[in-house]
Design a protein around this ligand. Structure first.
Ligand code: PA5
Length: 457
């Protein structure tokens, strides 16, 4: 499988005095961080509080199980449940927030047609997908309820919450379930066929799902929300969209293999984590811009925003993630990235191959807009020139960039990207002595919100 590669300009690294540091000092610490990341898996037990390392062996385990006994594998079970729902409905509302939402959205935006929901059914992989339960926004909730009602087509719900108690998702489930029950004429067996829950082994959502007698998939223990995209949390929506689950997991497994085997200097995960870390602690680049040079990876950027923020934003530490999509954001953030505060490390996500037939700039008679000098050029060439030109401009001003070169955008590459970023985040946590698992800081807003709501009634 062709792997993602990391390109960092050697002259740039030397100018920032990073190669020597990288090789002589950080190298040993990175090796240790890898060892600690792997040994977390061995020392995990259900009692180990705030330790969620099982995302690491998960892809290989699921693939092995599937190869050994496909009829009885989790992948087959997910596909069957997805097919059961897809056969019943035209529209699916996916309810979830944070780690129970961002990954599925990233997969849809990256791997499906950009106009997926607008296509006729025979040109989509499955039902239309809508994401809700990731806010308490009155108007978007009401608008979706009205859309579903006005369409008059059969619809269903996938509700995803590991804890089963997250207020945004739980409240949205009540709202959409009530509407669904109404739409199904309160026929319990029909409702049961149109709802799927993805949740932990116990808890409020599990109880409710049992009551509804709808299919339930487990969020495995030992895998935290933002590390769960390759579990049923992301795989069920992916299967509903008609995406291929095997290459997704194979991509992740390929990164695992590479992570375990390759030395510092040739290791995508260790090198990326190490360079980001050095630029942050030695040179104060605390803002990490993930600049995607294609539109389909914006939601992947949002997924990474959450991963980095919730994993490392602790104890007064952790870089601040920013997602940009270029060339669009060259016309908004570009000025600041070029000449603003010197606190940014820019990582470009660059595509090597586009999926579709090239679009060419047409020739125009009399050249009224003066663009005939570009006639016959492909948009891809314009994009390459934009990437190179922007990197040159940053170099000129001594602003560092890294390039993550992606063979293309598909399930296998998404699997690689997810696993690479999750591993790099854990490794970086080890380097700064922060536990990347758990998110103790978001407890307070939840408690305050509950207290305010309870005292108002
Ligand atoms: O990374 C995490 O654990 C969080 O972002 C959760 O995914 C998020 O809070 C949603 O939690 P739950 O799946 O329990 O509803």
């Amino acid at each position: 499988m062709e792997l993602i590669s990391l390109a960092a300009d050697n002259a740039l690294l030397q100018r920032w005095d990073l190669r020597r540091e990288h090789l002589y000092r950080l190298g040993a610490r990175l090796e240790q961080a890898r060892e600690d990341t792997l040994s977390d898996v061995r020392r995990w037990s259900p009692e180990a509080a705030d330790l969620d390392p099982l995302f690491l062996p998960w892809p290989e385990e699921r693939l092995q199980e599937h190869r050994h006994d496909p009829a009885d594998s989790l992948l087959t079970q997910i596909r069957q449940i997805a097919q059961g729902l897809a056969d019943e409905v035209e529209n699916v509302v996916v309810l979830g927030i944070g780690g129970s939402y961002m990954g599925a959205r990233a997969l849809m935006e990256a791997c499906c047609d950009p106009y997926y929901n607008l296509l006729p059914r025979d040109r989509r992989g499955g039902p239309r997908l809508f994401f809700e339960g990731n806010n308490v926004d009155n108007d978007s909730t009401r608008a979706l309820l009205e859309y579903l009602h006005q369409q008059g087509e059969p619809w269903g719900i996938v509700v995803i919450s590991k804890s089963g108690t997250t207020l945004e998702t739980a409240v949205a489930f009540r709202v959409f379930l009530e509407a669904l029950q109404h739409a199904c004429g309160h026929h319990a067996a029909t409702v049961a066929k149109r709802v799927v829950a993805v949740t932990g082994r116990s808890g409020a959502l599990r109880r409710l799902a049992d009551q509804l007698q709808c299919p339930v998939l487990d969020v495995p223990e030992g895998i935290g929300g933002r590390f769960s995209v390759l579990t049923p949390v992301g795989l069920l929506p992916a299967a509903l969209l008609g995406l291929d689950l095997v290459p997704l997991l194979e991509g992740a497994a390929a990164v695992n293999h590479h992570f375990r085997q390759m030395p510092v200097g040739e290791n995508l995960v260790l090198d990326y984590a190490g360079l980001c870390h050095l630029w942050e602690v030695r040179w104060g680049l605390t803002v990490r811009v993930l600049a995607s040079w294609c539109k389909q990876l914006e939601a992947l950027g949002f997924w990474y925003d959450q991963l980095l923020s919730e994993s490392l934003g602790k104890e007064g530490q952790g870089a601040t993630p920013v997602t940009a999509v270029n060339t669009r954001d060259l016309h908004s953030r570009g000025q600041q990235h070029q000449q603003g505060r010197r606190d940014k490390l820019i990582t470009n996500l660059v595509l090597r191959r586009w999926r579709r037939e090239p679009v060419l700039v047409p020739q125009l008679e009399d050249d009224p807009d003066g663009l005939n000098w570009l006639a016959g050029r492909e948009l891809e060439q314009l994009m390459q020139a934009a990437v190179r030109g922007t990197n040159q401009a940053y170099r000129h001003d001594d602003r560092p960039t890294l390039d993550l070169l992606l063979p293309q955008v598909d399930e296998a590459v998404l699997g690689q990207l997810f696993q690479m970023m999750m591993l790099a985040t854990v490794v970086e946590g080890k380097l700064i002595d922060v536990n990347p698992y758990g998110q103790p800081g978001v407890k307070l807003y939840k408690e305050n919100m509950q207290r305010i709501l309870r005292s108002e009634t």
